[in-house]
Design a protein around this ligand. Structure first.
Ligand SMILES: [Zn+2]
Length: 446
C-alpha cells in the first residue's frame, strides 16, 4: 500500500477539494478521502493541484524530430508530408527507439500517463521486413515502458499511396502488402501490464474499403480499439467522394468500423451526417470517440474541427499531440474551446470541467483502458500541478478546472504517478535526462 496526500485535488466539476488522501494498492486507488487536513504519516505529500492522468490519444513519436524545422517557410499539409517522409526514411529500430524513449519521457513531464501511438513505420528500407516483423512496434512499446507511461500501440494498416495510387518508395516501409498480412503480423504482438495493442486504418487514402473491413473485423473480434485519420483534409473528402460516393466516415461505417471502440482522429471536415454517425445521439449514432489534435491542425493549416457540434451531438472527445510539434495537453484541451470561439464568436461552448474530463477519461476510453478519475477503483494515474508557478499563482479552489485548462502549461507539471509509481518528481523525470536524450536522439538523425 502506498499513500499520497494532495493539497488540492480535482474530483470532477469546476472546483477542487482541499486535503485529499489517496491509498494505492496493486496500481489502483484503493481508498480516497477528502477533508484530510495534513499528510498522514508515511504518505507522500503532493503540493499544488492534483488531477487525473492525461491521455495523449494520438501521437506519431518520430515526428518530434521535425519540431522547429517543419514550422519554417510556407506550404500545406502536403508539403509538410514530404519533410515527414524524408525523416521517416532515416529511421531504424535503434535510432527510433532512442527518439521515442526521449519523446515519451517528454510526454511524462507534461503529465501524460497514457499515450496512443499511431504506428505505421513497420518495415525496413524499401519495405523489406525486419527479422522480427514487429521490431519497430516492440521498440516503441519498450520506449514507453522505459519512460514510465502506459501505451496503446495502434498498429496501422497502410496499403496504398492514395486512392488508386501506388506506394512511393518511403511508403513501402509502411505497407504489409495486404490487410490479411497486416492482421497476421499484428497477431504476433503480445500485450503486457503497461501496454495494449489496438488497430488503425491509416486513412481512406491508404486503405481501400475491402481492406478496411478486414481491419475492422480484426479489431471487433478481439474487442480492440480501432482508430483512423478521418477527414483531415478537404482534398481527402473530395477524392473519397469521387471514388466511392461516400465520405471517409461513411466508408468506415460500411466497413463495420464504427462502434464504441472506434476513434475518428482529426475529424476536421465532417458533414452533419458524419457527426451523427460518430455521436451518441440520433438513430444512426455509434457512440464513437473523436480525437481532436488542435495544435497540429493549426500547424498544418488543416482547419478547425467541429468540437461544438460534436459536443452537442453527444460525441465523446479526446485530444492528441499528433505531430508532437507541441506536447502539452492543456494547450490541446483549451484549443478545442478557444478555436471554436474564433470561428463562432461565442464563448463558453465547452466548459473547462468537460475539457479536462475529455483530456483524461476521454483519451483512456479511446485507447481501451478504464476511464480514469480520482475515485476508488480507478487506475492510480495522477498528475500534480505547481500552483506556485507564475501561471497558476493565485489559483482559487473554486476555479480549479478553469485554471488547469486555460492557464496551466506542461511546464507546471511537478509530479506524475502511473499505476501508483512516481515517474516525475519536482518537475523532473526520475530516471531520464529528457532534454539531453532528446537533443542526442534528434542530432543523430541529422
Ligand atoms: Zn496522425
Amino acid at each position: 500500500m502506498t499513500s499520497y496526500w494532495c493539497e488540492l485535488a480535482w474530483l470532477g466539476g469546476e472546483h477542487a477539494e482541499a486535503g485529499v488522501s489517496i491509498e494505492v494498492e496493486d496500481g489502483r486507488i484503493a481508498a480516497i478521502e477528502t477533508g484530510v487536513a495534513s499528510a498522514p504519516e508515511g504518505a507522500t505529500s503532493l503540493r499544488g493541484l492534483t488531477i487525473p492522468g492525461l491521455a495523449n490519444a494520438h501521437s506519431h513519436a518520430f515526428q518530434r524530430a521535425l519540431r522547429g524545422r517543419a514550422q519554417r517557410g510556407v506550404g500545406t499539409f502536403w508539403t509538410w508530408r514530404e519533410q515527414m517522409y524524408a525523416l521517416a526514411e532515416r529511421l531504424d529500430p535503434d535510432n527510433y527507439r532512442r527518439l521515442a524513449r526521449a519523446t515519451f519521457a517528454e510526454m511524462a513531464l507534461a503529465g501524460i500517463t497514457l499515450v496512443g501511438e499511431f504506428h505505421y513505420l513497420h518495415h525496413g528500407p524499401g519495405g523489406r521486413p525486419y527479422a522480427d516483423r514487429n521490431e519497430i512496434g516492440r521498440a516503441l512499446i519498450a520506449a514507453a515502458g522505459e519512460a514510465g507511461v502506459r501505451m496503446t500501440l495502434l498498429d496501422a494498416c497502410y496499403l496504398h499511396g492514395g486512392i488508386g495510387a501506388e506506394l512511393s518508395r518511403v511508403q513501402r516501409r509502411f505497407s504489409d502488402i495486404d490487410a490479411g498480412s497486416w492482421a497476421a503480423r499484428v497477431d504476433e504482438l503480445e500485450e503486457g501490464a503497461g501496454w495494449r495493442v489496438g488497430a488503425a486504418i491509416h486513412s481512406v487514402r491508404a486503405v481501400d474499403p475491402d481492406s478496411a473491413e478486414i481491419v475492422a473485423q480484426w479489431a471487433r473480434a478481439g474487442r480492440k480499439p480501432l482508430h483512423a485519420h478521418v477527414s483531415e483534409q478537404p482534398a481527402e473528402n473530395e477524392e473519397c467522394l469521387a471514388a466511392y460516393g461516400l465520405t471517409p466516415t461513411q466508408v468506415i461505417e460500411r466497413a463495420g468500423g464504427l462502434d464504441a471502440l472506434f476513434t475518428a482522429v482529426h475529424a476536421t471536415h465532417l458533414t452533419g451526417s458524419d457527426i451523427e454517425l460518430l455521436s451518441t445521439r440520433g438513430p444512426s449514432a455509434n457512440g464513437c470517440v473523436v480525437c481532436l489534435c488542435p495544435t497540429t491542425e493549426r500547424d498544418l493549416a488543416d482547419g478547425v474541427g467541429p468540437a461544438r457540434s460534436l459536443d452537442q451531438a453527444g460525441a465523446i472527445l479526446a485530444f492528441g499531440t499528433d505531430s508532437n510539434a507541441v506536447i502539452d495537453m492543456f494547450e490541446e484541451a483549451r484549443a478545442a474551446e478557444l478555436d471554436e470561439r474564433l470561428v463562432t464568436r461565442r464563448r463558453g461552448v465547452l466548459p473547462a470541467a468537460a475539457l479536462l474530463h475529455h483530456a483524461s477519461a476521454g483519451g483512456y476510453l479511446a485507447l481501451g483502458w478504464d476511464q480514469t478519475a480520482l475515485r476508488r477503483g480507478a487506475l492510480a494515474d495522477f498528475v500534480s500541478l505547481d500552483t506556485d508557478s507564475v501561471r497558476l499563482a493565485g489559483l482559487r479552489p473554486e476555479d480549479a478546472a478553469a485554471s488547469a485548462v486555460f492557464a496551466a502549461t506542461a511546464a507546471d507539471v511537478s509530479s506524475v504517478i502511473v499505476g501508483g509509481r512516481q515517474i516525475v518528481r519536482d518537475g523532473a523525470h526520475v530516471e531520464i535526462d529528457v532534454a539531453a536524450e532528446l537533443a542526442a536522439a534528434i542530432k543523430a538523425l541529422g
